[in-house]
Design a protein around this ligand. Structure first.
Ligand code: CA
Length: 231
């Protein structure tokens, strides 16, 4: 269940907001003063925060500013302040929305729903991007965005070409490549060198990722042909 924090010192308003949000299927927590609100946003995790500005103790501006230093969670400010300068200030601090009191609770719920689904879409898009970057094969894990390889969760150090070669093979598991194929793919046509370069690099990679490099379990030698990455 999605969890919302309401920071609001007027109890009747806090209760009204809470009731409407609970009926709409949200779990709701209320803080009635600024210090408590700040402590909660910094140490607990919420899916959305509804924030009053004028509060006893730390004010809503400061809570918003501090929250933004640690989280991108949606923030809706609900305040009696109606000056443009106040709105500009809270948007500058990273708030996503502003409602002026008195407000319609149904409209608040509608805005909460909208921000919630927008935030979900953002989070999921980030997750998808992350999944595309990660390639896991047996005990090896590639982070393609960072050009890192982990073996049993521990980073191994490869030269650029070793990395390119290993990743290329891992991206095409169970496919046999000749040394010529590999040389052309990793080093390109323009570069001077020969297939012995491939042999040397495979040897170096094996020393770094194989328990016994003479009995390789990842890059297999196909005698008379070339190499194959064993999935
Ligand atoms: Ca207030």
């Amino acid at each position: 269940m999605k969890k919302i924090l309401i920071v609001e010192d007027e109890l009747s308003i806090a209760q009204l907001e809470r009731d409407y949000l609970q009926v709409s299927g949200y779990e709701v927590e209320v803080a009635t003063e600024g210090d408590k609100g700040l402590q909660l946003v910094m140490h607990e995790s919420y899916d959305l925060v509804i924030l009053d500005l004028m509060l006893p103790g730390v004010d809503g501006y400061e809570i918003c500013r501090r929250l933004r230093s640690v989280s991108e969670v949606p923030v809706i400010v609900v305040s009696a302040k109606k000056e443009d300068s106040d709105k500009i200030r809270v948007f500058g601090l990273g708030a996503d929305d502003f409602m002026t009191k008195p407000f319609s609770p149904s409209e608040l719920v509608a805005r909460v729903n909208a921000h919630m689904s927008r935030y979900d879409r953002l989070v999921n898009a980030a997750k998808d991007r992350r999944n595309e970057d990660i390639l896991e094969i047996r005990d090896l894990s590639f982070d393609r965005a960072a050009r890192r390889v982990m073996l049993y969760g521990k980073e191994i150090t490869l030269t650029q070409k070793e990395y390119d070669l290993l990743l290329f093979l891992a991206e095409h598991p169970n496919t046999v490549f000749t040394k010529e194929d590999l040389f052309r793919n990793i080093w390109g046509f323009e570069v001077v060198g020969d297939t012995a370069t491939v042999t040397v690099h495979v040897k170096k990679i094996r020393e770094k990722i194989e328990i016994d490099p003479t009995k390789p379990k990842y890059i297999e030698t196909i005698w008379g042909v070339g190499y194959r990455f064993h999935r």
